[in-house]
Ligand binder design. Structure first.
Ligand SMILES: Nc1nc2c(ncn2[C@@H]2O[C@H](COP(=O)(O)OP(=O)(O)OP(=O)(O)O)[C@@H](O)[C@H]2O)c(=O)[nH]1
Ligand SMILES: [Mg+2]
Length: 444
């Protein structure tokens, strides 16, 4: 396989720039470019040891750090060399070009991690965990990516695959010796597969929560004009982001900002107050408010403490009644809540009262019992799809075990095995693999 090189740090000026090479010739190419007082030649480099020395290309020189990772104990599983230089854009580029001049090829997006997968260092889902960590926008998303990258899902699915394989071999054997084995192995397989089915369904159930952990929760703050939507947004953010006035119709366009609560990203959308209006701009804003309410994961419906809902508000509630929503009674500092206003959260956006409770309530609506940092959660749509398919195949197997010829049942069972293998990568097609690594950034 060719030796590949790439710039692994973002393009731009920075303290340090990193250039990496992976492949059989990595050490040889590095030795042509890098010299250090410590060694006669970099070919004699001790693995995992960092050397300070000079790098020379046909155009530049720099003082850099170089480290050699010997196959298979490297990220890719191949010989790998990393240069750390001063992080100038042109400087990093010239060192990279130097690697190419000396025999390396340009790496594709994600090619280092792809090689790690092809060399058996990581499973496909482990690699997806690494992308998820890079793209994570919240602590919970980082942690979920980490668990995925550390084999959280591949280990579990491999166990299930092993059990399926055991059933396949049992049933195949009973094809050869039908009289002696058939009934016994059917009972055995039925038991094993029923347990697999429960495990897979439990795993699939985590994918709802998993989606919110990864992407965050979108929260539309909706209500009639002047109830304090923008004041609430500002309080949630901890800064004066939206304009607040006592004039009804202050907010005319939706405003989006994010916060993190218990490690989960909340994407907050402050909206224009909903009311009948002649104003063209405002009425477009009102349409957007309703749109935001419809497309959000949850609506915070805000009204005022100490008064009944008016007909406009009842109209809004009617529109969002099929959505998840939390009622909020604002301005409790001004008027105490009515006795029937115990079906929501009483707050004062002005004084900051009830805000933490509201944040917790939003998150708890989606992620019950917090997030167990050790549990395996499905955060990836591809994985959820494959598990769903595998469940169908196993259900089919269980249904047909007693009624159909074993050969037919075995087709479903093998399909269940292959479908789970698409997640871990042990039965993934080239298309699936290429698709996944195309999502990586250059240099990873
Ligand atoms: N006393 C009191 N006044 C509040 C509270 N929250 C908001 N207000 C006041 O209510 C008025 C309207 O607040 P906004 O936050 O602009 O209300 P809004 O719902 O965004 O209004 P529109 O954008 O016009 O739909 C302002 O004068 C705020 O100071 C509160 O908790 N207590
Ligand atoms: Mg407003």
């Amino acid at each position: 396989m060719k030796t590949i090189a790439t710039i692994s740090t973002p393009i731009g000026s920075g303290a340090i720039g990193i250039i990496r090479m992976s492949g059989d010739k990595a050490l040889e190419i590095a030795a042509k470019m890098f010299t250090t007082k410590k060694l006669n030649s970099f070919l004699e480099a001790t693995p995992n040891y960092m050397y300070y020395g000079t790098i020379s290309t046909s155009t530049i020189k720099d003082m850099v750090l170089a480290v050699y990772f010997k196959a298979p104990a490297s990220y890719t599983g191949e010989d790998l060399v990393e240069f750390q230089c001063h992080g100038g854009i042109r400087l990093v580029e010239e060192i990279f070009k130097g690697c190419l001049e000396n025999g390396a090829d340009v790496a594709d997006k994600g090619e280092f991690t792809k090689r790690a997968f092809l060399n058996g260092k990581i499973s496909l889902s482990d690699a997806e965990g690494i992308i998820d960590m890079i793209n994570a926008e919240s602590i919970s998303a980082i942690n979920a990516g980490y668990r995925l990258s550390k084999g959280g899902i591949s280990d579990k699915l491999s166990q299930i695959q092993d059990k399926i394989l055991y059933c396949v071999s049992q049933l195949e054997a009973s094809l050869d010796y039908p009289d002696e084995m058939e009934d016994e192995s059917k009972i055995d397989c039925n038991k094993e597969l029923s347990q697999d089915l429960i495990d897979l369904k439990n795993l699939l159930n985590t994918s709802n929560v998993g989606g919110y952990i990864k992407k965050g929760i979108s929260v539309a703050i909706v209500g009639i004009a002047n109830v304090g939507k923008s004041s609430l947004l500002n309080k949630l953010l901890g800064r004066e982001r939206a304009i607040v006035t006592n004039i009804a119709g202050t907010t005319r366009d939706s405003i989006e900002e994010s916060i993190e609560v218990n490690g989960i990203l909340l994407k907050l959308i402050d909206t224009a107050g909903i009311r009948e209006t002649e104003d063209v701009v405002e009425s477009i804003g009102v349409e957007r408010s309703l749109e935001a309410a419809k497309s959000s994961d949850i609506v915070v419906f805000i009204t005022e403490s100490g008064r009944e809902l008016n007909s406009e508000e009842k109209g809004i509630l009617e529109k969002i009644k099929d959505k998840k929503f939390i009622k909020v009674y604002n301005k409790s500092d001004k008027v105490a809540p009515l006795s029937n206003q115990n079906d929501g959260i009483v707050i004062s956006a002005k004084k900051g009262e009830g805000i933490d409770l509201l944040k917790e309530s939003i998150v708890n609506t989606f992620v019950t019992n917090g997030i167990d940092s050790s549990s395996v959660v499905i955060t990836n749509q591809r994985h959820a799809e494959a598990i769903r398919k595998a469940i169908n195949f196993i259900e089919e197997t269980l249904k047909t075990l007693d009624t159909q010829p074993l050969e037919l049942t075995l087709v479903d069972l093998r399909n269940a095995y292959f479908t789970l293998g698409e997640i871990t990568g042990n039965c993934a097609t080239e298309d699936i693999i290429d698709n996944i690594f195309a999502k990586f950034c250059l240099g990873k």
